[in-house]
Structure formats: C-alpha cells, structure tokens
Design a protein. Structure first.
Length: 378
C-alpha cells in the first residue's frame, strides 16, 4: 500500500484540487505512482509542495509516466511559428525540449537560457476590451480559458500538464472581473492559475444541452493559434468575439493532410471516475458536427452555442484559483479541466515557472455515441 496522503483543498469543490504529501518523487514506486495517478484523476488538480529541487529532466520523466509512450511536447514544434499566439509566451529549455519556461520579468540565466525577458500574458493584448490602466493592478481578467493542446495534425491533447513554480513574486491579491454583463467577480492571489472542472461544467448543462454535448463533435480550425492571432477574446476569456478578424483560411500555412484538422468529441471520459467532462477549447473551435451529419459552420453561432454550454461552469464559486508558493509542483488532468492564466504583474515582479506536457499517445475518449459516429470533414 502507498504511504502517500491526499487532502482535498476545497470541500465545496470535491473534484478540483488536492494536496499530495508524504511522497518522494526521486524514488517513486509503481504503487506510489498509481496512488498519485488515482489522486490526479479524482481531484483533477493536485499539488505537491517543496519541489524546488526537481530538475527539468525529473519533471519531464514524471509527466511522461502518466503516458509512457507519449513522445514530443504537446504543441510539437507548432509554437515555433512566429504568428502563433503561443509563440511569445513559451521559451523552450534547450536540453529538455518538452519543458517550457513561462513567467514575467528579466531572467539573466536559467537552465541554458540566457538573458531572457519573460512576459506574463496580459489581457489587453488578447481581449477586445481592457481594464483601464489606472485600475490594472487591482483588477484583472481571466486571460484565456483553454485546454493545453495543439488541436492540429497528429498531436493528441496531452493527458497531464505539470507546472513548477520556481520563483513567485510576493503576494498581493487582485479581483477578476468577468465584464460580460454579469456582476460576477472573484478575488484571487496575484498571478494565480485558475482552474474549472469540465465535469462540473457538464453537470451544469440542461438536458437538451447534455444531449447535444454527448452526441456532437467540435472541429478545430487549421493552424488554430495562427488562425485567431488577429482576432480578439471575449472579456470573460471564454472564447473569441465574432467580428470577422480571424486570419482567412487562404492566409494560413497550407494544410498538408485533411486529417490534420482535428474533430473531437465535446465530452471526454475520466478513466478513474467514469464521469464526463465538457472539454471544448473555446478560442479555436470552428464548427460543430451534429449526430445526424449536419454541420453548424456559422462561426458566430458556433461560438454562441459553445459559450452557452461553458459559461455556467466558470461561475466564481466553481473556480479553483491556485495560490502559488515557490516549489509547488502542480499536475492537472488536461482531459478534465479548463485553465487560465490570470493577473497583471509590474515589470519588476519576477515570476519563473516551468511547464511540461506531452502530446498524448491516444485521442481523448468520448461517449460511445460519438465514438461510433461517422466522421465527415465539411
Ligand atoms: Fe495552459
């Protein structure tokens, strides 16, 4: 039996967040790993404290243990494309290419990277509207709710992402404004990572929405992160505003194979609990394939349908905002949660994190109804 202890962080959110203690990552037996994996798929976001000594190699090996035959980084080389919206946010560790450095401020040297200036993504660069400058340190937004996934080519969405907090600025709090016509707001620690449960999001659906979600697939855009590079986000970070600003398809890099365009179930099954998560990347979804073969391809309509499905699931009481401490190693079930960068730092607030995930060895597992449905690329 494993000696690992697992303590839920939020009694009110039983499937989101647990602290894992009494674990030695340098010497993790198969029994301990099984306990860790069960904790991950039960609580979906788990944190192991005091892991500052974890090397990039050890981080990559632990992440790979959840999917031993996974090979490359979750985005492969797609983030190298200069026009990708992900390009400025991720710096690859030269000796461990599955591991990326993210953060804020100037880093003279770190793991083979020299003189890098990291920039915490700020909503003013991505949202259609922005919080006025004078209020920018007190108020903030969810930057972009997402799944970590290339959603293109043969790169399946990673099963698990690991995040290690190497350096964390001293804490203050900020208030997230949804600014979406609701009065919703949420106080969060500075630079939190916000998580919501795809399972809770699914459970919030009406019976009609649930039937749609269980039987439909979503088609993602070709070269998704280039496609939206000229468009702007809704103020709640949950998908894009439809104003025709996407890069036209003929302005994107060529699509080598029709199968490079990913069409995935809306709902993904948890391997431990059997529950279904509503897992749609709202920013880059382009079409909805219905069970009867019809395809919803009006972009504004697609986005409105997806926003209606997802918005109840990001209500303030459903968000877990992790309060980072240096040495925190957080692992999350990327097939069961959405997450978002949050917050705005001052230039001199230095933050250094390492992120690792691997393109999965298999596609997400959907409900049987969509697993057996014919695929038609429209
Ligand atoms: Fe992410």
């Amino acid at each position: 039996m494993s000696a690992i202890t697992v303590s839920p962080i939020n009694p009110a959110k039983p499937d989101l967040g647990a602290l894992v203690d009494n674990i030695n990552l340098d010497n993790l037996s198969d029994t301990d790993f099984d306990a860790l994996s069960t904790a991950l798929y039960t609580y979906n976001v788990i944190c192991i404290r005091n892991q500052s000594k974890c090397t990039p190699k050890a981080q990559a090996e632990l992440t790979r243990r959840f999917d031993p035959t996974a090979r490359s980084y979750g985005h492969g080389k797609t983030i190298d494309a200069k026009r990708s919206i992900l390009h400025p946010d991720l710096k690859t560790i030269p000796h461990q290419p599955e591991v990326q450095v993210i953060g804020n401020g100037f880093i003279p040297a770190y793991e083979g990277l020299q003189n890098v200036t990291l920039k915490h993504p700020h909503h003013r660069t991505f949202h259609r509207t922005a919080i006025p400058e004078a209020q920018d340190l007190a108020f903030t937004r969810f930057y972009r709710w997402h799944i970590d996934a290339a959603l293109y080519g043969d790169l399946h969405p990673p099963l698990v992402t690991s995040l290690l907090a190497v350096q964390v600025p001293r804490g203050r709090t900020q208030t997230v404004l949804y600014d979406d016509g609701s009065d919703d707001r949420l106080d969060v620690p500075l630079g939190t990572t916000a998580f919501v449960s795809g399972y809770a999001m699914f459970d919030k659906l009406s019976p009609e929405q649930r039937a749609l979600a269980m039987t439909s697939r979503v088609e993602y855009a070709p070269h998704p992160y280039v496609w939206i590079s000229t468009a702007k986000s809704r103020s709640d970070g949950l998908g894009m505003v439809s104003e025709g600003k996407e890069v036209p398809l003929n302005g994107l890099p060529p699509v080598d194979r029709a199968t490079d365009i990913q069409i995935l179930p809306m709902v993904w099954r948890n391997p431990v609990t059997g529950r279904f998560a509503l897992q749609i990347h709202p920013a880059v979804v382009r079409k909805i394939h219905l069970r009867d073969g019809r395809v919803v391809d009006d972009l504004a309509e697609v986005r409105d349908i997806v926003h209606d499905l997802q918005r109840p699931g990001i209500a303030p009481e459903l968000v877990y905002a992790h309060d980072w401490r240096e040495g925190d190693l957080v692992l999350f079930n990327n097939h069961g949660v959405l997450h978002s960068v949050v917050g705005a730092f001052d230039r001199d607030e230095v933050r250094l994190f390492r992120q690792c995930n691997l393109a999965a060895s298999r596609p997400p597992v959907g409900p049987e109804a969509v697993e057996s449905a014919p695929v038609s690329v429209a």
